[in-house]
Design a protein around this ligand. Structure first.
Ligand SMILES: Cc1cc2nc3c(=O)[nH]c(=O)nc-3n(C[C@H](O)[C@H](O)[C@H](O)COP(=O)(O)OP(=O)(O)OC[C@H]3O[C@@H](n4cnc5c(N)ncnc54)[C@H](O)[C@@H]3O)c2cc1C
Length: 452
C-alpha cells in the first residue's frame, strides 16, 4: 500500500526536523523518515554532547567541582543515554508527532519523482508518495583522510570523541577545524595528554588569522602540543599500544587514540538521486539553487549541501526548502551565517575577511581592537580581539571576527548588521552595554565611522 503525504523528508537531523515541523505548522501532511536516531548528529554525537563536556571542563578549569564521572553523566543526560548503551530518541519523535509530523522508521531511498521506498529494520517495506516535494536531509559523517595505516590503527570519529565514558591517557587529534579544537579543549582540561596535528598553518583556518593565533597561543599555554603545518604521512601502532603518526618533516606525534577532526563527508550514497536525475558524486556536497532545489520537487538541505557545517544553517535551509515546497516565494539569504567555536577563547565570525571582500571587488578596509585593552578584557583578564571589515564605498559592515569572552553571543549584532547591510553610522549611534564584548564591537564601529 502506498501512503501519501504532501511532503516526505528523508533524515531527521536538525535540518530535516526543521523542514518537517514547518510543513506541519502550515497544515500540510508530512512524513519524516529516519533510519537511526530522530534528532540526528547534533542531538546525540555533535553539538549537544560536545557543548555539555566543554561546559563541565570550563567549570573545572575555574576550580569548580566537576570530576569526569559527573561530566560524563551530565553529557549522558544531555543525549538521553542515562543508564543506557544507546540514546533514547522517543521524546524527540513524540515532539514531532505532537506537531503533526508522521515519523517513519527505516532507511529511505528515492525511487523516481515523488516516490520514497522505506526499508524498516523490522517489518515489511513501505512506499511513501510525496504529492508536492521530497526534502533530502541525510547529513554527513566524519571525513576519514586517506593516510596509509590509519584504518588498521583505528580512530575515533565525532561519535566516540563525544560519547566516551572512559578518558584515554592521551589523544592525538588529526585536524583542527571546529570539532577538533573543541575535542582538544575538553579532553585536555580533563587531564588527557593532547596533541593536535594540523596540515594547515593555522587552527580553525577559515577564521581570521588573529583568532587562529589567539587559540593556538591559549592551547600551547595550557600544555596542548599544537603542531601546525604538519602533514601526516603514515600511521602505525607503537610498541606500547600508542598510535604513532609519522609527519612529513620526519618527526612523529603519538596518542593512545586518534580522533578525527578534519571535516565532514556528505551522506549521498544509496539515496537514489540518480532515479530523479540529480547527479551526485561520492564525497562531494550537493549543489542546490537558492530555494534549496536540485530538481522539480526535490530539495536538499543541511550538511548534505555543506555550505557551512552547522545546525543553525541546516535549520534555516530546512525551513526555506519547506516554504518553497509549499509554494512560497522564498530564497535563502546566506550572507550572514554565524560561525562559532565554543573553545576558550570563544571564536565567532560572520561575513567576509578583508582579503575575501577585496577578492570580490569590494573596496574593503579592516579595523581591529585588542580585547585585552578594553574594560571587558581588563575585568575578565582575557585576551582576544574584535575585528570588523567595512565596505568603504557605502559605509556598510561586510564582516566581523571576534575571539574572547562572550564572542559567540556578541557576534549576533554583526550578523544582523551584515544581513541588513546596515550603515556603520547606525552602529555608531547604537548604545552598547558597558562592559561587554558587544561594547568593544560598538566602540570599534564608532571609531571606524569617524575615520572613514
Ligand atoms: C563534534 C561536532 C560538534 C558540532 N557542534 C556544533 C555546534 O555547536 N553548533 C552547530 O551549529 N553545529 C555543530 N556541529 C554541526 C552540526 O552537528 C551539523 O551541522 C548538523 O547536525 C547537521 O544536521 P543535518 O540534519 O544536516 O544532518 P544530520 O544531523 O547528520 O542528520 C541526518 C540524518 O539523516 C539520517 N539518514 C541518513 N540517511 C538516511 C536514509 N537513507 N534514510 C533515512 N534516514 C537517513 C541519519 O541517520 C541522520 O539522523 C557539530 C558537528 C560536530 C561533528
Amino acid at each position: 500500500m502506498t501512503e501519501t503525504f504532501d511532503v516526505v523528508v528523508i533524515g531527521a537531523g536538525a535540518s530535516g526536523e526543521a523542514a518537517a515541523d514547518l510543513v506541519a505548522s502550515r497544515g500540510a501532511t508530512v512524513a519524516l523518515v529516519e533510519k537511526d536516531l530522530v534528532g540526528g548528529s547534533c542531538a546525540y554525537w555533535a553539538c549537544m554532547p560536545s557543548k555539555a563536556l566543554l561546559h563541565a571542563a570550563a567549570v573545572r578549569a575555574k576550580g569548580g567541582e566537576y570530576p569526569w564521572p559527573k561530566a560524563s553523566a551530565f553529557r549522558d543526560y544531555m543525549i538521553n543515554r542515562t543508564d543506557r548503551a544507546y540514546p533514547d530518541d522517543s521524546s524527540h519523535a513524540r515532539g514531532h508527532e505532537r506537531a503533526g509530523v508522521t515519523v517513519v522508521r527505516g532507511t529511505a531511498r528515492l525511487n523516481g519523482r515523488g516516490r520514497v521506498d522505506v526499508t524498516p529494520a523490522e517489518g515489511p517495506p513501505r512506499t511513501l508518495r510525496a504529492e508536492r516535494a521530497v526534502i533530502v536531509a541525510t547529513g554527513s559523517r566524519a571525513k576519514v583522510p586517506p593516510i596509509p595505516g590509519l584504518d588498521e590503527a583505528g580512530y575515533w570519529t565525532n561519535i566516540e570523541a563525544t560519547s566516551l565514558r572512559e578518558l584515554p591517557e592521551s589523544v592525538l587529534i588529526l585536524g583542527a577545524g571546529p570539532s577538533g579544537v573543541e575535542f582538544a579543549q575538553y579532553l585536555s582540561r580533563y587531564g588527557v595528554r593532547t596533541t593536535i596535528v594540523q596540515s594547515n598553518q593555522r587552527l580553525n583556518p577559515t577564521d581570521h588569522p588573529r583568532s587562529s593565533d589567539l587559540l593556538a597561543a591559549a592551547f600551547r599555554e595550557r600544555g596542548i602540543d599544537v603542531r601546525t603545518g604538519a602533514r601526516a604521512q603514515r600511521v602505525r601502532r607503537g610498541a606500547d599500544g600508542e598510535r604513532v603518526i609519522e609527519l612529513a618533516d620526519g618527526s612523529t606525534a603519538s596518542g593512545k587514540v586518534i580522533a578525527l577532526g578534519i571535516g565532514r563527508t556528505p551522506n549521498v550514497g544509496g539515496i537514489g538521486f540518480e532515479t530523479v536525475g540529480v547527479p551526485v558524486k561520492e564525497g562531494e556536497f550537493v549543489r542546490t539553487d537558492a530555494r534549496m532545489r536540485v530538481a522539480e520537487g526535490i530539495y536538499v538541505v543541511g550538511d548534505l549541501v555543506g555550505r557551512e557545517i552547522s545546525t543553525h544553517l541546516g535549520h534555516y535551509e530546512g525551513e526555506i526548502a519547506a516554504k518553497a515546497a509549499l509554494g512560497g516565494d522564498v530564497t535563502a539569504d546566506l550572507r550572514a551565517v554565524p560561525r562559532c567555536v565554543y573553545t576558550d577563547p570563544e571564536l565567532a565570525a560572520v561575513g567576509l575577511r578583508v582579503d575575501q571582500a577585496q577578492e570580490q571587488g569590494i573596496d574593503a578596509v579592516e579595523f581591529t581592537q585588542d580585547l585585552a585593552t578594553t574594560a571587558k578584557g581588563y575585568i575578565e583578564e582575557a585576551k582576544g580581539h574584535v575585528t570588523i571589515v567595512l565596505d568603504r564605498k557605502d559605509r556598510t559592515l561586510v564582516g566581523t571576527f571576534m575571539a574572547g569572552p562572550g564572542a559567540t553571543e556578541a557576534i549576533h549584532e554583526a550578523v544582523l548588521a551584515v544581513k541588513l547591510r546596515l550603515r556603520i553610522d547606525v552602529l555608531e549611534d547604537t548604545i552598547h552595554a558597558f562592559p561587554t564584548t558587544a561594547r568593544a564591537f560598538g566602540s570599534l564601529c564608532a571609531q571606524a565611522a569617524r575615520s572613514l
